[in-house]
Design a protein around this ligand. Sequence first.
Ligand code: GLC
Length: 670
Amino acid sequence: MIQRFLYGSMIETEAVLDKPKAEQGDLPRFCVDEARREFTYIMEEKERIYGLGENVRGMNKRGWIYESRCSDDPEHLEDKTALYGAHNFLLADGKEPFGIFIDYPGVLTFDVGYTRRNELRITAADWNLEVYFITGENCRDIVRQFRGLIGRSYIPPLWAFGYGQSRWSYMNEDEVREVVRRHRELGIPLDSVYLDIDYMERYKDFTVNEESFPDFAAFNQEMREAGIHLVPIIDAGVKQEDGYPVYEEGIEKGYFCKKADGSPFVAAVWPGKALFPDMLNSEAREWFGNWYQFLLDQGVEGFWNDMNEPAIFYTEDRLKDAQDKLDAYKGKNMDLNEFFAFKDLVFGLQNNVEDYKEFYHDMDGVKVRHDRVHNLFGYGMTRAAGEAFDRLVPEKRILMFSRASYIGMHRYGGIWQGDNKSWWSHLLLNLKMMPSLNMCGFLYTGADLGGFGGNVTEDLMLRWLALGIFTPLMRNHSAIGTRRQEVYQFEEIDAFRHLIGLRYRLIPYLYSEFMKAALSGDMMFRPLAFDYPGDERAAEVEDQLLLGNELMLAPVYEQNASGRYVYLPETMKQLRFRMDGTIEETVLEAGSHYVEIPLSDVVIYLRPNCMLVLADEVKCVEEIDFENLKTICCASGAEEIRYTYYRDNGYEKDYENPEHMKEIRVKTKK
Ligand code: GLC
């Protein structure tokens, strides 16, 4: 059951399109304090709190304070409270589980037992919000209802389930050709190469640097013939430059965000001074979306939207003010306080939340200060793209994922988990975020495999891929200046070929699970607690995941570990995929086991009376044979094992066609 409660008058987010009638009574279970703009709930001693999508710390969010404030922060550390997404959904798994979604575009604070151990306190920056309270049979059912409320998750084209290689940046055609050639020569599958900011002419959206990519359409065609999709980045800030049509047109039509006095708000990002298109204005959105045509026309079929929190290096005004003040320090013998003040002038320039109070949106006739609707900006940008694709190439599925997001954006694109680091702890964070993101509608997601910042090691790359082969978005991406991490840079080529090759064998299963989750509002990845209620040990497992109804994942995430402890809530079949192509099948009893996992093995668990389907090895998605599949079963009493297999052609949009669902049946031996 879903109940909706109104407080004040909310600025519409369109997270929910089909709203149930508002309730007159009180919000159940919570104490509502309008004066303090707070909702409080007393948690049971062992109640677990899930949700909040993209954020730091555990699957169980208890014991920390979090914020919904889309932030460009590359330090994903335990002491942080927010990352790039604002996903205001919580699920309380106690005696009577419930879900709560706070639809509110400004900053929210979720104190989940931080100030008081048993108190959940949600505080809003102002009192104009809508609250959805959801009850159901169990956690999975509550999530399904919530997902039904917010609408179907974005579905990418099939090729986007292939392996993608990215780097900031491949500087020219030859560098890209080299990446493809090395993968092909070594027999390592690859489906896409990402183009970071340097493909553009001086970081201007919807331009291509003609020196490094002289004939982009022809180059794209050449790549398509090699089975590769090029995926260019698009940034939120539009360079301020006379003669640049995106800038000039936006100014002429008044489509950029403005300051209180009506002049355009200027902030620097990659291209230097830039303007932000008003992503919350429907006309501006349509206009910005239409610009994607420039690249669609050249054969591009996928994009990633970046810096759309929006990220700000400095604003014109703050920089001027800082420069004026810095002059006063010239020749000064600075004491501690003066030095800190001096330092803050410079460090305070970037992503200063005060800047979000300096510009305004025209929300279709209503002027709104940015900070009140901050969390909608990335959503608006990705919506601009998604709506444009539906208009411009309605028959096609276009790959789209974003950095910043809000619930509602999940209908237009996926997200990647932002600028993580080549740290073992971030491999685990990648795993923990998967179910939280799925709850909030984000199914097409994954982290920068190998880590974005910092220098990766070969063992971390291998271990991370052993998780990454299961995430819908499987992309190796790293920052400029870091150790190169294309897999051919390392020694254990056979191991990398094996891991990535296995991904392609799994795609029929992964795609089928993805589609079923998208169509039924289910979660593709779940914490163990969701499927084994009452199992107190399963409830506390934070380093294993259920995938679909069939699999359990338990990857290694510690350096120099030759294996790990795995908890099995029930007897399962352990599948060990070895580098020589063999699959070792061992039945393991319920309980804890120490499992040896060499760097080149992938070990997963098949649940009782379940089936895993596998394709043959290939070098790109186009070559996968989705019909002739190998099946592996974990027979445990059932006479017949069934798998509901979703299979469409991966490019058309008739998702709901019942012919796409087939049942695969395997009789077990008597
Ligand atoms: C941002 C993105 C990162 C990208 C970089 C350069 O940091 O998050 O993925 O490589 O910008 O465009």
